[in-house]
Write a protein that binds this ligand. Structure first.
Ligand code: SF4
Length: 213
């Protein structure tokens, strides 16, 4: 298992490889960013960005979406996986924002995760990106990279991964570290055929060495 400083060094190397790593979801308001993040579950950011301009234009505020029915939303998002459920979540979340939070997206983990379709990862993303509250969202890329590099045990849960990374990485670097790990997972340490032979982290990566040799 990597030590705290080995974890930080590995993430710094990822950051050097992907200095422009940042959010790739497009949104003009906090509410729309929340919607885009909910929609990104099991869909790529690119596919979400393709459908959100029309969706956001039709439903500019929580109030406008709260008045809709899921069937009104489905045509806008049907190119995405799970669009049936996602349409239900979006309408329900908008209604909850109107009734429970006075029409404003809340900014605590507890309140955010009370909304339909919002789990810990979505809440962490919104807290960090929209409210500048330190958070370390753990998605599929962050999980894979952390496990393969031995930052955590191979069977670590998402919550254990978040805890370990928060322990090792200084708070002010959490968001950048999250972005660096996502880009590294998306383009270098890919789920299938990771580019181990050209990876600067190969010397500290047992998974990679087993893969290569
Ligand atoms: Fe991923 Fe391979 Fe690099 Fe290890 S050596 S971090 S498995 S790309």
């Amino acid at each position: 298992m990597l030590t705290n400083s080995e974890i930080v060094n590995a993430i710094h190397q990822m950051r050097e490889m992907f200095p422009d790593a940042g959010t790739t979801l497009n949104a003009d308001t906090t509410f729309h960013f929340l919607i885009a993040t909910i929609l990104s579950a099991q869909s790529t950011d690119k596919s979400v960005n393709m459908i959100t301009p029309a969706l956001f234009a039709r439903f500019p505020t929580p109030g406008s979406l709260a008045k809709a029915e899921p069937e009104d939303v489905e045509p806008f998002i049907q190119l995405l996986g799970l669009y049936h459920n996602k349409a239900k979540y979006l309408v329900k979340a908008a209604r909850e924002i109107m009734t429970d939070f006075n029409g404003k997206v809340p900014h605590t983990m507890k309140e955010l995760t009370s909304l339909a379709g919002v789990g810990r990862k979505v809440a962490n993303v919104v807290l960090a990106e929209c409210f500048n509250i330190p958070a370390f969202p753990v998605d599929t890329h962050v999980s894979r990279v952390a496990r393969r590099l031995g930052m955590v045990k191979p069977d670590a849960t998402v919550l254990q991964i978040e805890k370990r990374l928060k322990e090792a990485v200084p708070k002010e670097e959490w968001l950048n570290a999250h972005h660096a790990m996502i880009f590294f997972g998306r383009y270098q340490c890919t789920a299938k055929n990771p580019k181990c032979t050209k990876c600067p982290l190969l010397p500290i990566c047992k998974y990679g060495r087993d893969n290569v040799f």
